[in-house]
Design a protein around this ligand. Structure first.
Ligand code: NAG
Ligand code: NAG
Ligand code: NAG
Length: 351
């Protein structure tokens, strides 16, 4: 090995050790699943719902981080995959839409006290590949998605936890599915990219005060199946995904100036990955799909230097998994797909 290679490897190791980070396998989920949801609850546990293991699942299970164990809880009323799950202000979890196998308009709520599911009212539109975002006012904004095979929607609607009702709110200028939605510090919601008849670079902002959408500056790269994370400085990092090819560069949206700034290329290009903001302000990117491969690769966006740092790989390659932030700042990665649905789970810890 040439001297510079040795030095390079040493530098990488020093960088990795500075992060003091590691992946630890925890117990397997009770069900294999992909296209499920995983929601960190207020008591520190994580609720996993639905997804598919070749058939669509209604199985729900909870992870207890103190024992590292999984237990089944009451199953959902409706089997669903590609649905959304949103932690409400009262600690309950709202599940909306998804596929079984066509798009669903039903919603249901897991009550944390009774540990039971209750049918909520139906949405105004069936939806898969939509997003759901908890607003500051306690309502949940559900956006876009497909209402039927090949039909993308520009509609959005609000769930009111007080009444359990869904109400149609403003429509986007652009129909979209497989986009991202991020709650900004000013209470507005930024929606970016996705798909309608083509992959989109457009972005739009929802204002809960007026119930209307307006155009935000478009991204430099069209992308779908990407991942977004809100940074501690209030900006939004959008990563990876697919446009005409895989998108190598991330982009950061500044709500103050309505401008996007591209980042350096990621070390590994990917889609169907996760992006989690860590306690130290950096963002952990885990897994994903590239060129027929389910990736083990993980890397960190360093907010202070605008660079990507490769960190230890996960123990299992996976995509279409979920990442949940635990109360101590560790990230729990659950299930996903790698040749078939997975039941493995692993924790990313750093100090
Ligand atoms: C955080 O909690 C997880 C799950 O209990 C545990 O495995 C991990 O070691 C904890 N991390 C730290 C830094 O304490
Ligand atoms: C919720 O919807 C039902 C049925 O449309 C309606 O009767 C009820 O008044 C609504 N509740 C509220 C608080 O809006
Ligand atoms: C949303 O889509 C519908 C149906 O295609 C269209 O009629 C409507 O004008 C669109 N709304 C906006 C705000 O562009």
């Amino acid at each position: 090995m040439a001297v510079f290679q040795i030095i390079f490897v040493l530098l990488i190791n020093i960088a990795v050790n500075c992060f003091g980070q590691q992946w630890i396998n925890t117990n397997d989920l009770l069900n294999r699943r992909v296209d499920h949801t995983a929601t960190a609850l207020k008591n520190g546990e994580v609720l996993v719902t639905g997804g598919s293991e070749y058939i669509t699942l209604n199985e729900a299970e909870i992870y207890d981080p103190s024992s590292g164990t999984w237990r089944f809880v009451e199953f959902m009323i409706n089997p669903r995959s590609y649905h959304t799950a949103t932690l409400l202000s009262n600690g309950n979890v709202l599940v909306s839409g998804g596929a079984n196998p066509g798009p669903l308009s039903t919603s249901e709520v897991y009550d944390i006290q009774t540990q039971k599911w209750t049918d909520s009212s139906v949405m105004n539109y069936p939806r898969i590949f939509h997003t759901a975002t908890l607003l500051r006012n306690g309502k949940v904004l559900v956006v876009g998605g497909k209402t039927a095979i090949g039909v993308d929607s520009n509609t959005s609607e609000l769930y009111d936890p007080e009444s359990g009702n869904w109400t149609v709110t403003g429509s986007m200028a652009q129909a979209r599915s497989e986009h991202t939605a991020s709650l900004l510090l000013n209470g507005k919601v930024l929606v970016a990219g996705g798909f309608t008849s083509d992959v989109l670079d457009s972005a739009e902002l929802y204002d809960p005060e007026t119930g209307t959408w307006r155009a935000a500056r478009s991204m430099d790269y069209p992308r779908m199946q990407h991942a977004a994370a809100v940074l501690s400085n209030g900006k939004v990092l959008v990563t990876g995904g697919q446009g005409s090819g895989y998108v190598k560069r991330g982009e950061v949206y500044d709500p103050e100036t309505d401008a996007w700034t591209t980042t350096n290329p990621m070390n590994v290009v990917r889609k169907h990955h996760t992006a989690s903001t860590l306690n130290n302000g950096n963002v952990l990117i885990a897994g994903g799909y590239y060129n027929t491969e389910a990736l083990t690769s993980a890397e960190i966006y360093d907010i202070s230097t605008n660079t990507w740092v490769t960190v230890n790989s996960m123990n299992h390659g996976r995509y279409r998994h979920q990442a949940s932030t635990l109360s101590n700042g560790s990230i729990l990665i659950t299930a996903g797909f790698n040749g078939g649905p997975l039941n493995s789970a692993e924790l990313y810890s750093f100090s």
